[in-house]
Ligand binder design. Sequence first.
Ligand code: MN
Length: 287
Amino acid sequence: MATYCIGDIHACYNEFMKLLELIKFDDKKDELILTGDLIGRGPLPVETMKEIMGLGKCVNSVLGNHDLNFLAVAKHIVTPRPKDNLEVILRSPLFEKIVNYLTNLPLLYKHKEKQLVVVHAGIYPLWELSTAKKVAKETSKVLKDPIQSRILLSNMYNDEPSIWDDNLEGLKRWRFALNAFTRMRLCYRSGRLDFKNTAISPALVKKDGLYPWFSLGDPATSKKKRYTLVFGHWAALGAECARPYFKALDTGCVWGDRLSAWCFDTDKMYSVKSTGYTQIKSQSAKI
Ligand SMILES: [Mn+2]
């Protein structure tokens, strides 16, 4: 049985199907773990969700920031932006099923047998894996509660608090969790998150003291076990994070680049090229 992780699909249904074909995915024997951002921006969100949901138990995924944005749209908290291409889901007979599926996705997935942890953006570098698991679970519980989720989704579009404190409570604690698990890219050494910059540049590290989150700690490693930490979200990295046991899998399919899968068991990468229907290609749009 092989375990494959696939980066941010972003409703790129055709590439997703091609990638499953390329890895010869067998839903009776293999399993898939998706890094989130299943929909948003890309062309075929309903087809993508139908396929993922249809695969049943052999597929697991974590929540991405675009999936959360869709949940806010579905609850009429925010107006859908045309460029996100979410309105087609609102009109689909699968609407309720899709909302239910996404609502129940975790923020952190830890494999039961293999030493593998998957998140959308990352694990806050100053957390231990046990803290990350606890905070992820707490926040998912809030997202599943009909009343509390409305409060959180209405208040999630905010960068503060930008630094973790064990004593954070309620909205501030949950929003930090969503920002760390689904939006984080760069941090200061102090652990303060930065959402203004998206690219790694040596100049940023020198001038502003900013680092990619994964270079500041090893949150998926405990004394007993060494986990491989798989994440998506950061298309500008192009699968290059140059740290052992960290796997960046968002290879920017929706931006015209490619969709990638990584096999945990063989450490092999597979990619299919984007079919290139994307109109938005600017770096700044990658947030
Ligand atoms: Mn993302």
